[in-house]
Design a protein around this ligand. Structure first.
Ligand SMILES: Cc1cc2nc3c(=O)[nH]c(=O)nc-3n(C[C@H](O)[C@H](O)[C@H](O)COP(=O)(O)O)c2cc1C
Length: 192
């Protein structure tokens, strides 16, 4: 058996997100972000399709995306409350990495496995950012599922979608932990 990595196990057993709205400047520099992106890209990927890519949303992009979220909300006839929520994550955003699921044609790898891989990348990025000492939070929100927002705001093509917006910046407060799943209720041991 390889040696136990107690620090890694302890981190994985206690890690928790920091709500995006509690994050403040500074965000990681490009240099500081690279190891986080490297860790995220080291994720399980059946068939080595790399069915994902990253779009780093820096501070300068946030105001534009907030306005676009508002315009899309109005065009879609959404209630004011939803429009305010849709733009808030960009109004408050400091830096976020959009993990883009990029569906690849494959005779062997089903589309759903590419989706799972993109989700794995999101968690790997979140955990790498937390391990690096940043506050981080995986968000979606209705704009991230709106094709026109994705195309106009982030340049996504028709075979691409946002798997997650991983906000990364400086934590201001650690939230209380939330209730965690009852392992007994979700685990079945099959012995025969
Ligand atoms: C795909 C996905 C999308 C999410 N979108 C949001 C969101 O838009 N807003 C939100 O408050 N939490 C959202 N969450 C929940 C948070 O990322 C996270 O689960 C919660 O803050 C607790 O995470 P922790 O277990 O890392 O502490 C989302 C989670 C996932 C997996």
């Amino acid at each position: 058996m390889p040696p136990r990595n107690d620090a890694a196990l302890e981190f994985l057993q206690t890690r928790r997100s920091r709500p995006a709205k509690t994050l403040s400047a500074p965000a990681p520099s490009r240099e500081e972000l690279l190891p986080i992106l490297t860790a995220a890209a080291r994720s399980p990927d059946h068939g080595k399709l790399e069915p994902w890519r990253f779009v780093v949303l820096e501070q300068g992009a946030m105001a534009r995306l907030a306005d676009l979220a508002e315009a899309r909300g109005r065009a879609l006839g959404k209630p004011d409350e939803d429009i305010a929520k849709g733009r808030a994550q960009f109004d408050q955003g400091i830096l976020a990495v959009a993990v883009i699921e990029v569906q690849k044609d494959s005779p062997k790898i089903p589309a759903i496995e590419q989706t799972y891989s993109a989700g794995a990348v999101c968690l790997a990025m979140l955990n790498a950012a937390l391990a690096a000492g940043w506050g981080a939070n995986w968000l979606s929100g209705w704009p991230s599922h709106d094709r026109i927002f994705c195309a106009e705001g982030l340049g996504l093509e028709s075979h691409e979608r946002i798997a997650g917006l991983i906000h990364i910046a400086t934590e201001t407060s650690a939230p209380p932990d939330r209730p965690r799943p009852d392992l007994e209720a979700i685990t079945t041991w099959v012995t025969a």
